[in-house]
Ligand binder design. Structure first.
Ligand code: KIV
Length: 258
């Protein structure tokens, strides 16, 4: 999957599947399963590092995980998030840091949060031929302005302006996070690049979920999330069984001994 193929999917009416991953085990599973793109999201700050927000993860840490994921896939497009304060200072800062992501991870695209407010930066990145995905609606890096991560964004005019500004500036796709389904439908019809929804209803051109949430690893269960597996409980039961076997002397037995 390349960026142009990802963009073409919208014109061809083919819906896009995107999941987050941060390491080689999960990246290779998603790749084998045929997901269109893997996002090395700054959600790794929460689901991997255990922070309460996405703000603490650093650029070096994003690059570390981005390189692992890119090296672990054969077909899937890899997009790496520009973390908090790695692009907001200036377009020059954004180009320098996005450049590091492309050079050091091998990913094909970066994502940043913003629409109208980041249009100049999206334009600058695009001028440098660095494909950029925008992210409008609920923007987790703005958590302290919004007051909470789960704030649904309902201002249709503002959302449409953000999406159109990102498209005009050269973004190749846009994440729509936590917005009403009807507004996502309007935006998806009004712009020509793919909209990738999370908590934005069924009318987007594609859907993204945080891998550890949809596999039931994180315990996070918002209304928009469909849990496709319950891996936390499977791992919990397996671990309890191992502990009990070791304590009872059942493991290792003869079949596991040399
Ligand atoms: O960081 C992330 O995982 C994201 C998705 C929620 C879209 O930005």
């Amino acid at each position: 999957m390349t960026v142009p193929e990802f963009v073409k999917a919208k014109a061809e009416g083919r819906r896009l599947s995107v999941l987050t991953a941060y390491d080689c085990l999960w990246a290779s599973i998603l790749d084998d399963a045929g997901v269109d793109a893997i996002l090395v999201g700054d959600s790794l700050s929460m689901v991997v590092q255990g922070h309460r927000t996405t703000l603490p993860v650093t650029l070096d840490q994003m690059i570390y995980h981005g390189e692992i994921v890119t090296r672990s896939v054969k077909n899937t497009l890899v997009i790496v998030d520009l973390p908090f304060m790695s692009y907001q200072v200036s377009s020059r800062q954004a180009v320098r840091n996005a450049g590091r992501i492309f050079k050091e991870t091998g990913a094909q695209a970066v994502k940043l949060e913003g629409g109208v407010n980041q249009a100049k930066t999206i334009e600058k990145l695009s001028e440098c031929d660095l494909p950029v995905m925008a992210h409008v609606g609920m923007r987790p890096q703005s958590v302290h302005k919004l007051g909470k991560m789960s704030a649904i964004q309902r201002d249709e005019d503002e959302l449409l302006k953000d999406a159109k500004a990102a498209e005009s500036a050269g973004a190749f796709a846009i994440v729509l996070e936590l917005i009403p389904a009807e507004i996502a439908k309007v935006i998806s019809a009004e712009i020509s690049i793919p909209t990738i929804g999370i908590g934005a209803g069924p009318h987007c051109d594609g859907q993204v979920l945080v891998g550890p949430d949809m596999f039931g690893l994180s315990g996070f269960q918002p209304k928009f999330l469909k849990k496709y597996a319950d891996i936390r409980n499977i791992a919990l039961d397996a671990t309890k069984e191992f502990v009990a076997d070791v304590q009872a002397g059942r493991f290792p037995d003869e079949s596991h001994s040399h």
